[in-house]
Ligand binder design. Structure first.
Ligand code: HEC
Ligand code: HEC
Length: 286
């Protein structure tokens, strides 16, 4: 027969169980534990009532607060869209110059421009506008068609050598202005351009005379080029196509013509503004 008695050492009751003279104490659960247990129980019941909780045959209990994570996502998206359209409205109204003067707007345009550039432009111009043979590097301060933000916007809008009525147009004809040149003359001319690119133009050479006759109309006497015609500077080491005597000879005899789509046919005005600002700032912003 189990008898419940008081343990002399701890002052607790025993359970009455006894094995080989060892008695089991009936120690109650600590108070803090009991409080936490009940608090959790009350919280859980409240949660079942307030929030979606239990599965039912046709769905789940919706809870009195009518909360759904999809609903809160929709709300987040709505808020995001609203703040985005506020920015876009500002960009729509501002000129590219004004965007560059407004620090917050500039930052927004740079972030947006970078993403749009990655999607539409980097296939030709390389990631970050690093450029490739025939596709100008945009991340420098050397420009074919002008490096002000307005000129860049114009180039992006209407493109280069395409069917758009406002496209930038120009064409380098074989041998420049005039008839076919003999191979020897082409060689002399190419040598002269090489010397010019090395910043030490061979004054008085036969090549200089041919250049003056056939090339200066577009590339200028000192080889600095002409941005109205998209004629690149030849007096530096930056080449759109291949430099060196071979590359220059190839351009003289069979000129290449780069072409770019008119982006206003595919992208809206605000998007093009963000691109212009992004590209302008890649090149250091001349
Ligand atoms: C299909 C290839 C292609 C794509 C795509 C392309 N471009 Fe171009 N882009 C060119 C070529 C080629 C030229 C140089 C044309 C020339 O030789 O004058 C050029 C020139 C430019 C220039 C003028 C550079 C200068 O030195 O004046 C700018 C600015 C430019 N692109 C921006 C862009 C932007 C922004 C995009 C994306 C919306 C883009 N490009 C997409 C091929 C491309
Ligand atoms: C009607 C204007 C015009 C004349 C004249 C002209 N060019 Fe060009 N040249 C251009 C244009 C425009 C380009 C760029 C082509 C392009 O963007 O696709 C170019 C490109 C070049 C290039 C390539 C530059 C690079 O960065 O890769 C060389 C080299 C060149 N020209 C040399 C000459 C020489 C030498 C003559 C004289 C025989 C000459 N050009 C006459 C308009 C002209």
């Amino acid at each position: 027969m189990a008898t419940i008695e008081k343990d002399a050492v701890s002052g607790q009751n025993t359970t009455g169980h006894e094995w080989d003279g060892i008695k089991e104490l009936n120690t109650p659960l600590p108070k803090w534990w009991v409080y936490v247990f009940w608090a959790c129980t009350v919280w859980a019941i409240g949660y079942w009532i307030a929030m979606p909780a239990w599965p039912t045959p046709n769905g789940f209990t919706k809870g009195m607060l009518n909360y759904s994570s999809r609903g809160s996502l929709d709300e987040d998206l709505k808020a995001q869209k609203q703040s985005r359209s506020a920015w876009l409205t500002k960009i729509e109204k501002a000129s590219v110059e004004e965007i560059e003067k407004d620090k917050a707007l500039l930052q927004y345009a740079m972030v947006g421009g970078k993403v749009i550039f990655g999607e539409n432009c980097s296939a030709c111009h390389g990631a970050g506008g690093s450029g490739a043979m025939g596709y100008p590097r945009l991340a420098d301060d050397e420009w074919l068609w002008g490096g002000s933000v307005a000129e860049i916007e114009q180039t992006i809008k209407f493109g280069v050598r395409n069917a758009n009525a406002n496209s930038r147009q120009s064409e380098m004809l074989p041998f420049g202005t005039g008839d076919k040149l003999a191979d020897q003359q082409v060689g002399q001319l190419a040598d002269y351009v090489v010397s010019m690119a090395g910043k030490a133009p061979a004054k008085g050479s036969p090549g200089e005379a041919i250049f003056a006759e056939r090339c200066v109309a577009c590339h200028a006497e000192d080889g600095s080029g002409n941005k109205d015609l998209g004629a690149p500077a030849l007096n530096n080491q930056l080449w759109l196509f291949k430099g060196g005597k071979d590359g220059i000879t190839a351009q003289i005899t069979k000129p290449k013509h780069g072409s770019m789509p008119a982006w206003s046919e595919r992208l809206d005005a605000s998007t093009i503004k963000m691109l212009a600002v992004y590209v302008h700032n890649l090149g250091g912003g001349k």
